[in-house]
Design a protein around this ligand. Structure first.
Ligand SMILES: *Cc1c(COP(=O)(O)O)cnc(C)c1O
Length: 419
């Protein structure tokens, strides 16, 4: 846990701010993010890669709140985006489009046009058809769209199958064996300019070997392309570094990650681009929820809370684990429970068979490591308004996204006259 997370007089605090006080003021459930935590995460990456010309492009999809984006932008971060909506967020947050890379297998013409006009650093092109469309967009605009091809290095990142993206059978990228040909084709196009190579092999990766294997393949390809006369300036190695969800998990520190990557680049002319998401924001956020009811079956004891799978889908979707702390420490022993939400799905659990301190109705629980792929994956399932988001910095906190109201939730729906 970060040094800013601590119990003071038995009450969980981030820095000087009491979690219970935030919950009282904004209600529950709510996501709470620590500015100090995200800043330290970013700076430790930056420091780790300081021996190389490196651009860190925070992966916006991990947590795209404008206040989070502004925080990273002010720290000097660039951004990895996957949609036109995320590009708009960068502009609204005052980010520098010149430090944006644009990934994703299904970019539309409109999204491409907006990104070319904004002057992004480069596109990570994921298929030959996409390359042709981007070429035509560039030509129409009288510009050369800067591109990397996202290559698929066929590497097993040894993580959850839903977040493995660098296998041959995956939908992402262009098979590395084909890449050379496609690059040669791209290099003849009027509407694009080839400047980079990209790969992203997966997420929540603990083993450094797949990263190093991938980087070796990318550098080899870059060298081959340079000998063909292409001007490869950047190698973008994607994101994917893991974080600890359980106390005993020990992911590599960014320093170890950096050292193993930078070694491969020694003597090479390329600049490095990184796209970390989870490892910058995952542990900087928590979901705070209130206990509604306790229910004891013959087989199990349930703690029913006001947060549900629509607020945090990771346990249901990836069977992922989030550490749960009681916001107030008053030890009355512990028991094994399932922590579940109000949604009508058996998959609606936040923790199963978990040993927790004994709690009662009204107690607050904090689900840690919920800063990445938490709020952004939330939905309105069961007509539940999406929850508030709060940022804490020093002794201050502020709502950075209001809780949705029922009116807002229904406002886009229409009942047609023909029914
Ligand atoms: C999701 C994603 C990332 C970020 O991955 P993390 O595991 O959160 O670091 C980076 N690049 C691309 C292309 C992605 O899709």
């Amino acid at each position: 846990m970060h040094s800013s997370y601590q119990y003071k007089d038995g009450e969980f605090h981030i820095g000087d701010v009491s979690i219970a006080k935030i919950a009282e003021s904004v209600g529950t459930p709510c996501y709470i993010y620590s500015y100090e935590f995200l800043k330290d995460s970013f700076l430790s990456y930056k420091e780790a890669f300081s021996d190389m010309d490196t651009l860190i492009c925070y992966s916006v999809k991990a947590n795209s709140n404008l206040a989070i984006l502004k925080s990273f932008s002010d720290l000097g971060s660039g951004f990895d985006i996957v949609s036109g909506g995320e590009l708009l967020r960068i502009k609204r947050a005052g980010g520098d489009p010149g430090k944006v890379v644009f990934s994703g297998v299904g970019k539309t013409r409109e999204e491409m046009k907006a990104a070319v006009e904004a002057g992004i650093l480069f596109f990570n092109v994921e298929s030959e058809e996409e390359l042709n469309v981007l070429n035509s967009v560039g030509t129409e605009l009288g510009k050369k769209a800067p591109v990397a091809l996202r290559v698929n290095p066929d590497i097993d990142p040894k993580t959850h199958p839903y977040i493995s993206t660098g296998f041959k059978k995956s939908k992402f990228g262009i098979e590395i064996g084909r890449a050379f040909e496609v690059y040669k084709e791209a290099n003849t196009m009027e509407g694009v300019s080839v400047i980079a190579i990209d790969a992203h092999i997966g997420s929540q990766i603990f083993d450094l070997t797949p990263f190093v294997d991938s980087v070796r393949k990318l550098i080899k390809l870059a060298d081959d392309l340079v000998s063909e006369g292409m001007d490869i300036q950047y190698i973008d190695i994607g994101g994917g570094l893991g974080i600890s969800y359980k106390k005993e998990e020990k992911p590599p520190h960014p320093k170890m990650y950096a050292d193993s990557i930078m070694k491969e680049f020694s003597g090479k002319p390329y600049k490095l681009v990184l796209e970390p998401g989870r490892s910058l924001i995952g542990n900087a956020g928590m979901l705070v929820t209130k206990v509604l009811y306790l229910k004891e079956g013959t087989a199990k004891k349930f703690v029913i809370v006001d947060a549900a799978m629509n607020d945090l889908i990771r346990p249901a979707f990836y069977e992922s684990y989030h550490e749960i702390l009681t916001v107030r420490q008053d030890s009355k022993g512990s028991e094994v429970v399932d922590v579940v939400g109000p949604i009508c799905e058996s998959g609606d659990f936040l923790a199963q068979d978990r040993e927790l301190p004994v709690v009662k109705s009204g107690d607050l629980l904090a689900l840690l490591s919920a800063g990445a792929y938490g709020f952004v994956m939330s939905s309105n399932y069961n007509t539940r308004p999406r929850v508030a988001e709060v940022l804490v910095k020093g002794s201050e906190f502020s709502v950075v996204r209001e809780r949705e109201t029922y009116e807002e939730l229904l406002s886009l729906e229409r009942i047609p006259e023909f029914i």
